[in-house]
Design a protein around this ligand. Structure first.
Ligand code: ATP
Length: 299
């Protein structure tokens, strides 16, 4: 049985509009499915558990953005049963869709999931008894995520299809006020002391923040995270180097270092906000662990 979870408010209403496009296609194809719509935070996770445990669903299609992907994947893991995941992207950033090369056109994305194309088993990032799917970040990026989620401009920029601009506006604002601090980073037992850290991103896919290629070599099914540390750069340097992140060329900047590993611990001079898949979830000190090959996906 196929389950569908729609976040009608993702992408400031794009989820609702996307579902209007998909429903006639599914009916036309005679597909047997159960659909549920979310009404607020945490509900996609609860609905995923219910669909799997009570309705015997073995494949779930999420219609929404990265927050919905995160909740549905957490629900699948919580259910304790195997369930294939597919996404029809309808958010503002859509990093999961970009990172996995999903079709942008909704009916095409749906068709690929129904045919179970590009099926693979991906790793997840465990943080505080929850799972992140894309990227966990501490510092500057977490503050940017917080600011964007709270900003009044996110809604109207999404409506005018300028969702990415909301993130850039938050970056410009946070660059002015963020205070870099010294960090102890432990990767698979090896300790690094890094001074004046702006951010540490732990990635399962290359992109976050709506297409910024922070960890260009991250692979979702290799069992390890790619870790990007930005440190020891001035505000001005960061501002001028910032556009390089959209192509991944920031990787060659002297203030950017990369690590790879499974167990990562971060301790900082001052507490830094921590984001997982674009939502602020905690602050440092924090520990994350890569869980290899634990979620089947397609599309
Ligand atoms: N009916 C609803 N009304 C308001 N908020 C909802 C509703 N259903 C779910 N939500 C919340 O909407 C939030 C945002 O969803 P989601 O991340 O999927 O979209 P987005 O933020 O537009 O996209 P992206 O994360 O890709 O930028 C989630 O935190 C979820 O809990």
């Amino acid at each position: 049985m196929l389950g569908i979870i729609v976040n009608p408010m993702s992408g400031s209403g794009k989820g609702r509009d996307t579902w209007k496009q998909l429903e006639p296609t599914l009916k036309g194809l005679g597909v047997d499915y159960q659909v549920r719509k979310t009404s607020g935070i945490g509900e996609a996770q609860k609905l995923a558990v219910e669909l799997i445990q009570k309705e015997g669903v073995t494949k779930i299609i999420a219609v929404g953005g990265d927050g919905t992907v995160n909740e549905v994947m957490n629900g699948i893991q919580q259910s304790g049963k195997p369930c294939l995941f597919g996404l029809v992207a309808a958010g503002s950033g859509n990093d999961y869709a970009k990172g996995h090369g999903l079709a942008e056109e909704p009916v095409q994305a749906l068709t690929r999931i129904l045919k179970e194309e590009s099926r693979k088993t991906i790793d997840l990032i465990k943080i505080n008894e929850r799972f992140a799917v894309n990227v966990v970040g501490a510092g500057f990026d977490a503050l940017v995520a917080k600011k964007t989620n709270e900003a009044s401009y996110k809604g109207w920029l999404n409506k005018t299809k300028l969702g990415k601009v909301a993130y850039v506006l938050s970056v410009l604002s946070v660059i002015r006020s963020f205070q870099p601090c010294d960090v102890h980073l432990v990767v698979d037992g090896q300790t690094y002391h890094v001074q004046k850290v702006w951010l540490i991103a732990i990635a399962n896919i290359p992109n976050f923040g709506g297409g910024m290629r922070i960890c260009p070599d991250a692979v979702p099914n290799d069992g390890v995270a790619e870790i990007c540390v930005v440190s020891n750069v001035s505000r001005w340097e960061l501002l001028f180097a910032f556009p390089l992140i959209f192509s991944g060329k920031h990787a060659k900047h002297p203030g950017v270092r990369f690590f790879r590993g499974r167990h990562i611990h971060i301790q900082s001079q001052n507490p830094l906000f921590v984001q997982a898949d674009g939502e602020v979830v905690s602050h440092t000190p924090m520990t994350v662990e890569m869980l290899p090959s634990c979620q089947a996906v397609c599309g």
